[in-house]
Design a binder for this molecule. Structure first.
Ligand SMILES: C[S@@+](CC[C@H](N)C(=O)[O-])C[C@H]1O[C@@H](n2cnc3c(N)ncnc32)[C@H](O)[C@@H]1O
Length: 362
């Protein structure tokens, strides 16, 4: 065995950066090591920012209120992300409850699973599933045996096909994904123009743009992001090769020469959002989830969905209303719930969030 105490630790310089504060992802070494630099990470949060490599869960109190998790219940978090919501729901399901966490992201999911394990959530109460939430019925069927073998804490007999008592979907991408330049989601940081939540499947945004016709791109920009300059932008971008996020952002600015910078920046954000939705087929996945929800919920079960733009919210609202008319749901949110001013100020990423919920008939 080697004598560790006599082995000198090699001195490692901290990453150098210009100015007082680090700006690039690779310079933010303190934010990426919260265990070691807890006080610095708290300062970042207090300044209204999200430390890189983490995600601040949105509308936690409101979600806990509408989902009302109880001991012995089965929960599904369709969009596990950093596990921020899951971490709050899990203790409330004990004793006897379980949470299944789904996510398509093969890079972040193992990190989140390890993080939740390190907080003490063992495999008997929390399981992580790399799956699109469009496949929720299959995930539930695959774990049916373990769900049916609920140890204690529930009085009512279980269905033959076990469902969930509460289901959460917090749509879109996580801060870890947005802030990681190689993932290619970021408007602010240069990276390859990728945008896939699962980089092992489908085509990156660069290829989509290279192959798409101008008329198809114009409808995509309108449908996915209500972009007012869809035609002009589609003519400028369709069929072109953009290798990086920066080159696409520059081309959008160049295509809108008479607009002020702030307005053009908004178009950049909307184009990025529209492409991300298309690359990840987000609307089809949401439509499948909404169709499958009644099958996946136990009688009396609750679902909460957090959306971040009108295309998502419209789908959730219409689907909940249609299922209420059919008596599939006993009750749904009458109006959308928005984050409070304090949360919007402290976490600007929550600003566009809208929460809707529904309760399955018994
Ligand atoms: C907004 S984040 C969720 C954050 C999480 N609630 C938390 O508090 O940490 C959305 C996550 O959902 C995942 N996701 C998006 N669409 C998905 C889909 N169709 N199926 C499964 N996961 C999806 C993304 O990869 C991302 O990790």
């Amino acid at each position: 065995m080697s004598d560790v105490s006599s082995t000198p630790t090699p001195h490692r310089r901290r990453p150098r950066y210009h100015g007082k504060h680090p700006r690039r992802f690779d310079e933010k070494y303190k934010e990426r090591d919260p265990a070691r630099y807890a006080a610095d990470v708290q300062k970042v949060i207090a300044s209204g920012k999200t430390p890189v490599g983490t995600h601040r869960p949105i509308m936690v109190a409101e979600i806990l209120e509408v989902l009302s998790p109880k001991p012995g219940e089965i929960a599904v978090d369709c969009t596990l992300g950093y596990g921020g919501h899951a971490q709050e729901i899990l203790p409330r399901l004990q004793p006897g409850g379980k949470l299944l966490g789904l996510d398509v992201d093969p890079i972040e999911l193992p990190r989140t699973e390890a993080r939740l394990r390190s907080l003490g959530f063992g495999p008997e109460i929390f399981t992580a599933h790399r799956s699109n939430f469009a496949g929720l019925p299959q995930v539930l069927a695959s774990v049916a045996a373990s769900l049916l073998a609920k140890p204690f804490g529930v009085d009512a007999p279980r269905n033959a096909t076990p469902g969930a008592d509460l289901i959460l979907a917090d749509l879109g991408v996580s801060s870890m994904q947005i802030d990681d330049p190689p993932r290619g989601f970021s408007v602010k940081h240069e990276g390859p123009l990728d945008m896939r939540m699962n980089p092992q499947r489908g085509q990156p945004a660069s290829l989509l743009l290279q192959k798409i016709r101008a008329d198809a791109l114009a409808s995509l920009l309108t449908e996915n992001a209500d972009e007012p300059h869809a035609s002009a932008l589609a003519s400028a971008l369709a069929g072109k090769a953009f290798a990086t996020t920066g080159s696409l952002a520059a081309a959008i600015h160049a295509a809108l020469p008479h607009r002020d910078k702030e307005a053009a920046d908004l178009s950049v954000r909307r184009v990025f959002q529209a492409l991300r939705i298309a690359v990840n087929d987000e609307f089809s996945a949401l439509d499948s989830l909404l169709r499958n929800l009644p099958l996946c919920l136990n009688p009396g079960g609750r679902v909460a969905i957090l959306t971040f733009h009108s295309g998502e919210d419209r789908r959730v609202k219409k689907s909940f209303e249609a299922d209420l008319r059919e008596n599939v749901y006993a009750e749904i949110a009458l109006t959308v719930i928005r984050p409070g001013a304090a949360e919007r100020n402290s976490n600007p990423r929550s600003a566009s969030a809208k929460l809707r919920w529904a309760r399955r008939s018994t």
